[in-house]
Write a protein that binds this ligand. Structure first.
Ligand code: DGY
Length: 319
């Protein structure tokens, strides 16, 4: 039997499948485990199941010890895991791609509708008891039909967002390091553009690239200045891809029309400026937050651990 440490609360079924074969220690509480407790908890672990709120770095890996074989991150994004430090210690890293694609694209598209149709603003008016009545020009938003969406990062979630946009009658352009498969480009009717061209031509810019040093502040003042003053920025990927201060300035100045954000630069802190603006839809990192998706994510992480501890290949390795 191996020792598996689950560093945060995950669906029971995944913990049970691990416990059927191994000794499992789980931090079974909604609040994230403190760093101090985490360093203690991982000691002697053969496998870690981690959440994106934990920083899996050299210190944590060394606290676990040389027997550690795998870190299974319960997220598609793994910027919280120092993959190089894992590689140096022969520790495998896995993530949870695909199972959260639709849920995350749904959230991103929901944010787009919230901001473009001013649904958040409308809800705030009603909840605050502010008088309102139907009016021909009251809270007019912008329709999406016939507009262009620019997808930055055409992986699984980007493609799922593009499909939703197509269903709403939008045209699709994209920016990715490499051209997508010809069949996908054909299905989406999508043209590949460089980032500047995408920003200039899109009515909606939706971010779906991974976060890394290369994508830190990919969207800053210079890029926002290229966008149309009628355009919306949607970020359901990672907060630091956008320079939040520059975004607040652009929104205040009206150089873009609005933003829909599920992620933030200093999560869970949210820039004060965003809270004051009406033309922003905000969600607390809910991209994958459905019962079905979180269950599937946790099970995939558990299955990765089980595979490694049985001496089999990982299902969804990173890097
Ligand atoms: C992920 O999996 O990276 C998401 O951000 C979690 O919701």
């Amino acid at each position: 039997m191996s020792r598996v440490v689950v560093t945060g609360r995950i669906p029971r079924q995944a913990v049970d499948s691990l416990a059927a074969e191994h000794d499992v220690v789980a931090h079974d509480e909604e609040d994230a485990v403190s760093r101090e407790a985490l360093l203690e908890m991982v000691r002697g672990a053969d496998a870690l199941v981690t959440l994106l709120t934990e920083s899996v770095d050299a210190e944590l890996l060394d606290a676990a010890g040389p027997q550690l074989k795998v870190v299974a991150n319960v997220a598609v994004g793994y910027n919280n895991v120092d993959v190089d430090a894992c590689r140096e210690r022969d520790v495998l890293v896995t993530n949870t791609p695909d199972v959260l694609t639709d849920a995350t694209a749904d959230t991103a598209f929901g944010l787009l509708l919230m901001v473009s149709r001013r649904l958040g603003e409308g809800e705030r008016i009603i909840r605050s008891g502010t008088p309102w009545k139907w009016g021909m020009f009251y809270l007019l938003g912008q329709g999406l039909q016939g507009k262009t969406i620019g997808i930055v990062g055409l992986g699984g979630i980007g493609a799922a967002m593009a499909r939703r946009a197509r269903a709403f009658g939008m045209d699709v352009v994209y920016h990715s390091r490499r051209p997508c498969a010809p069949e996908l480009a054909e299905e989406l009717g999508a043209t590949r553009l460089d980032l500047a061209e995408l920003l200039r031509t899109s009515d909606v810019v939706s971010l779906h690239c991974p976060y890394s040093e290369a994508t830190h502040h990919l969207i800053g003042a210079e890029q926002l200045a290229l966008m149309k003053d009628t355009a919306y920025l949607i970020n359901s990927a990672r907060g630091p891809i956008v320079d939040e201060e520059a975004l607040v300035q652009a929104l205040r100045a009206g150089t873009i029309a609005g933003a829909g954000l599920d992620v933030f630069e200093q999560e869970p802190e949210v820039h004060e400026g965003l809270l004051e603006l009406e033309n922003v839809a905000l969600a607390p990192h809910l991209g994958s937050a459905t019962v079905e998706t979180r269950t599937a994510m946790a099970q995939l992480a558990a299955d990765n651990v089980l595979a490694v501890l049985r001496g089999e290949a990982t299902l969804t390795p990173v890097g």
